[in-house]
Design a protein. Sequence first.
Length: 424
Amino acid sequence: MKRFFAGIVVLLLEPLLGCGFAAIAQTPQATELPGKLFDIQKTWKIGGEGNWDYLTLDPVALKLYIAHGPVVQIVDVNTGALAGQVTGLRDAHGIALDDNGQYGYVSDGPANEVKVFDRQTLEIVSTVATGKNPRAIVFEPVSRLIFVICPDAMTSESRIPRRTASGSNVPASSDPFVKSTVTVIDADKQKTIADLDLPGKLGFAQADGKGLVYVNVTDRNQIAYFNAQGIESRLRKRAGEAPQDGSKPAGPNDPTLTLDWSDTAQERQSGPKPLHTIRIGDCQSPRGLAIDSTNQRLFVACENMKMQVLDANDGQVLTTLPIGAGTDAVGYDASRGLIYASNGGGVGSLTIIRQHQTDSYAVIQELPTRARARTLAVNPASGEVYLVTNVTGFDLTHNGGIGGLKTSELAGSFQVLVVGSLSN
């Protein structure tokens, strides 16, 4: 019946729109498409309260880790059941997993800490201090370092409005006093070994698995990247050794080294530049980030409803694709050549993009999901995509009349949406 009425609408509109209708209605087609498109196949209600942030999948144990308020929920993706949770957090934001299946690392924003937990017992085994308000977190396997993104650690001078010679305000995107901290943790020793001061307000981070770490710089429309192994070599300085790269040497009671790569660094580092940036063109406030490590491609989801595909070697913008509103994460399924952008704005949607060969891309579906389903994880084994959200409503027992009604979370409604191909 729905298809019947859809056909009537098309027939009525086509004479009005003329030959331009086909160009408006037709979805861009990739060279090869899946046999069938995608749908929400299952919904797992797991409950819990509070805001949520990033999702991380363990592709070996097939466990989905969800940063959800004061806990990390772990879902068995084979059954959809809640397998346990990590407690003792104030507000979880991101989860990183080491490559030997032993430990997980959670950024606890208000605590300015990373909590390390045993992935078998789910008990917290250690606590590591970080910069202020840690958010995204990534494990880099070559150096076995963990990078914790602590955005916008502004200096006191930045609170004073800066002006040009003509008296106009300096845009935040070019304000040299805006900087962030990246706390570097030794995964094996479970301790902080360095703080990196980087320019701009940092967002999501990803490692390419070959030693490079990429980070969105949201207020400058850039991606910053650095070599983790290069940082590791810098950290071998002996305490008190004279710095040659803008760093402050660690003292006998201070094992943490600070590398100042911000715009306001007093000393310029010698040798090759340790921090590189890529400007990403017509991309406002880059949010999600994923990497095709084989072909050295970056997929960047932007706040202005665009995704840009970049050549990681030279920063060239290869193509720009439309995505939905309120994006916060990108996932890449290398074996199937599919890129996903989770969009939590409006009613919510999942933009699905097909990669054919290396540099041919097309949107093949804009799947309606749920409002606020803005983060995701991809299962490389099954091809499933996991998103999370909740259900909100109005408390009709409120005595303030219609004008005083406020939306609130429906208790127990937090859920995982499982998206899969209809051909499965």
